[in-house]
Design a protein around this ligand. Structure first.
Ligand code: MN
Ligand code: MN
Length: 280
């Protein structure tokens, strides 16, 4: 019999031997518009059956790396506080075991749990944030812990934040953002230069897939027209090779919002390329 199809692509190493640990966070309770991101991780795994483990872009193959897929976290309903605590604990364990955490969302708030764990261990942390949305709201609908304010919360932990692809947010977010984070609007210009500047720094990469144009990636809770192409995102991901990445996430796929399944295929391919870019 063949190995289980449940794991993402060729990520079938055992935990102990793995250098990289992939896991899913099926959470979307603070989604403000169209929910469904909780189904993202499972969809990425099952659709990865249609994806090759070999990347012609990088001439690398997932079969050559030791990656463990730990499945999805079992989460309490609703309240983000215990969910974030569980993510922080999980990421912390992976880091303390000397492995690279790779987290599949789920909505974007889950990044906060990961950054809490990473920042504790790497105080000098830089976050690279690709997104259509600034995610800098001080609060949203009366709550501080939402996908729309996740980078504001990460800033509050003391991380230095560089954003790319941003094209949506309220005025207050942009006004605040000017003084506190570095934002490249609409595209990835300046990324190559930044990567050189970040030599020697520990970097966490947070990729909200809605940075892509909805024509490429309609399966998401808050689609925002005017986004980047798949090729542009791929080039940006490949530009990150060589950075000292200590963790990353790919969030905001809501597979049921795209009946064609293309959004899930896009997400899976992005995950493959990031794994191959950052795995040691
Ligand atoms: Mn986001
Ligand atoms: Mn977004």
């Amino acid at each position: 019999m063949k190995a289980s199809l449940d794991a993402f692509l060729a990520c079938e190493a055992g935990y102990d031997e793995a250098n990289t640990v992939l896991f899913g966070v099926p959470y979307d309770s603070t989604t403000s518009f169209r929910p469904g991101a909780r189904f993202g991780p499972k969809a990425i795994r099952s659709e990865s059956f249609g994806l090759e483990s070999y990347s012609p872009y990088q001439d690398r193959d997932l079969v050559d790396y030791k990656i463990f897929d730990g499945g999805d976290l079992e989460l309490p309903f609703g309240d983000p506080v215990p969910v974030l605590a569980q993510i922080e604990e999980t990421i912390g364990e992976i880091l303390d075991d000397g492995k690279l955490p790779a987290m599949l969302g789920g909505e974007h708030l889950i990044t906060l749990g990961a950054v809490r764990a990473v920042k504790k261990r790497y105080p000098d942390l830089v976050i690279l944030h690709f997104d259509a949305h600034a995610d800098l709201r001080a609060e949203y609908l009366g709550s501080q812990l939402t996908h729309a304010g996740v980078m504001r919360q990460c800033y509050g932990l003391g991380a230095e934040i560089f954003q790319f692809g941003i094209r949506s947010g309220d005025r207050e977010e942009f006004v605040w953002g000017r003084d506190h984070v570095t934002t490249r609007m609409f595209d990835f210009e300046g990324l190559q230069k930044l990567v050189k500047k970040l030599a020697g720094r520990k970097v966490y990469v947070s990729l909200d897939l809605d940075v892509l144009d909805p024509s490429v990636f309609p399966g998401t809770g808050t689609p925002e027209p005017g986004g980047v192409s798949f090729q542009a995102l791929l080039d940006a991901c490949l530009a990150l090779r060589g950075l000292d990445v200590v963790g990353f996430d790919v969030v905001e796929l809501a597979p049921m919002l795209d009946a064609s399944g293309v959004s899930t295929a896009v997400a899976g391919k992005v995950v493959r390329e990031l794994l191959l870019a950052f795995c040691k």
